[in-house]
Write a protein that binds this ligand. Structure first.
Ligand SMILES: Nc1ncnc2c1ncn2[C@@H]1O[C@H](COP(=O)(O)OP(=O)(O)O)[C@@H](O)[C@H]1O
Ligand SMILES: [Mg+2]
Length: 254
């Protein structure tokens, strides 16, 4: 996307997000993700780039939602806002009925820890830790005592078909196996929301399918809502719903 130059007097630097419309709180409570009037403007020197242009979006509880769009269309920016890692210039985001755009930093960090599992394109496993330890670390941070964490990690690895790889380091695993460890880690502690940014981008077609089929199966079993950002059309068949973003404008197609 070629960034669009905008007039900074129209989009001033705003630190606090501003609500564009009043929110029906009942509607927010029935959606896993509710986005209202989200805009994102990045500033670079004297220039401003509007990357998201008024996103309104609802993702129902328990669905597998895909967000597709060309490179540079704003997918990662939107996902980072939904994850509470970026604050939108304008607009509100509700996750599980709670407005994250008005939470303090520490409340948001706690909310994220308890409610969101992340899966990244590059797996983001700790290279010095075994598959089991990569999961145990997350369970420990979530407050699971060490003696239980090891058993839970083993169970999660069995769920993703890697029960015999618990003591292997990431360097001993294939790309598909690493992403399955990352899925097990994202599911640790049973968070209601899973956010995945291009989870198949580093995988071949076969492993990509295995990983996304598994993610769908486990998410349905655990009742999670999953948002997968991808530009990989081969992932479409795992989704309940597909949305498209282009130049910062969202189209919910199905
Ligand atoms: N922190 C930033 N500062 C300035 N521009 C950014 C920043 N992050 C992303 N962008 C720009 O926003 C646009 C969308 O980026 P991104 O959300 O990463 O797209 P996608 O994930 O769809 O490839 C790109 O033009 C990118 O250069
Ligand atoms: Mg991206």
């Amino acid at each position: 996307m070629s960034p669009i130059k905008i007039n900074p007097t129209v989009f001033p630097r705003i630190r606090k997000p501003i609500a564009s419309t009043p929110i029906d709180s009942t509607n927010a409570a029935t959606k896993a993700i509710l986005v209202k009037g989200v805009e994102m403007v990045f500033h670079s020197g004297k220039q401003s780039y509007q990357v998201l242009k008024g996103i309104d979006w609802e993702i129902p509880n328990g669905s597998i939602q895909l967000l597709m769009g060309p490179s540079g269309s704003g997918k990662t920016t939107l996902l980072s806002i939904l994850a509470g890692l970026l604050t939108p210039t304008v607009g509100r985001v509700y996750l599980l009925g709670q407005e994250i755009t008005s939470m303090s930093r520490s409340t948001l960090a706690q909310f994220r820890l308890q409610n969101i599992g992340f899966i990244f394109q590059g797996f983001n496993l700790f290279p010095a830790l075994t598959a089991s330890e990569n999961i145990e670390v997350v369970l420990n941070i979530k407050g699971v005592p060490k003696r239980f964490a090891q058993n839970q990690a083993q169970m999660l690895l069995e769920q993703v078909g890697l029960g015999d790889k618990a003591n292997q380091k990431p360097s001993d695993l294939s790309g598909g196996q690493k992403q399955r460890v990352a899925i097990a880690r994202a599911l640790a502690g049973n968070p209601p929301l899973i956010l995945a940014d291009e989870p198949t981008a580093a995988l071949d077609s076969q492993s990509g399918h295995t990983v996304t089929d598994l993610l769908r199966k486990l998410a349905k079993e655990q009742g999670c809502t999953v948002l997968i950002v991808t530009h990989d059309p081969r992932v479409i068949d795992v989704a309940d719903r597909v949305a498209y973003i282009e130049d910062g404008v969202l189209k919910q197609n199905s």
